[in-house]
Design a protein around this ligand. Sequence first.
Ligand code: 0X9
Ligand code: ZN
Length: 302
Amino acid sequence: SISFTAFHRHAEINAYLDELAKAYPSRVTVQSAGKSYENRDLKTITISNGDGKSGKNVIFLDAGIHAREWIAPAGALYVIYQLVENFAANADLLKNYDWVILPVVNPDGYEYTHTSSRMWRKTRKPVGSSCYGTDGNRNFDFHWGEVGASSFSCADTYKGTTAFSEPETQIVRDLLLNLTGRGKFYLTLHSYGNYLLYPWGWTSDLPSDWRAHDDVAQAGAAAIQKSTGTKYTVGSSTNVLYAAAGGSDDYAFGVAKFPVSVTMELPAGGSGFNPSTAQILPFVTETWTGIRAMAEKVIQKY
Ligand code: 0X9
Ligand code: ZN
């Protein structure tokens, strides 16, 4: 089991996934999708309803590409908890869809924020001789480096030496490309600021089918506002936040052809990236309400 009264270390998160695979073998599969630069396993959990049907549509969720955004992996864990341990209440979300969830994209950075430097954002592979890490969300090969990404290796938004220079972003790339066709909804959890963002992040132009994205994201925002009163801002990344190329969301939509791709920026809590432990459960519960509503919309559309 896992609690929502503390932020968990990466090893505990992976142990929870393994425990679920053992306890629910007909509905849960856990695999290592590959290893981080510092050799940690990036484990995915695939959740089904156990009916044995293969080739269903897929909702792919990830979190923790930015190390310091601790509430994001907590949110992914709560989704896992709901879909697996509270299956009966959520069976509608698993009838025609499987879910694939990668709760910590950047475990090296995540551990570094626990052990050494709370505000670390990037991966941990050295770049040259003096600086460390690349911004995973500037490292995807779609309009890579064109805007909102730094060429300076010490910067927090460093784009990397090349697109997909990081093992962690290569892993997400391969997971996404393997789901082309089946993958209908890509959702990536970040913090903070209460945003539901959709493509594009590299240009202020909207994709021709932006209305599908807007429908899904508005459904999420409305469900959250109804449940807790919390307001989310909905719109394209560039238009409501800032332009920044090389994000996983633009890659999922533009290259891996997921028809809906959303970045969810969870709430801040008292101090930005560091909500109190008492805020974890209310935040992830509210986040789940929004994710559930977005998933319902996607399932109804595709
Ligand atoms: O800048 C980011 O990567 C995200 N915000 S954060 O504060 N969590 O760092 C927003 C990403 C939005 N998507 C793209 N720009 N593609
Ligand atoms: Zn982020």
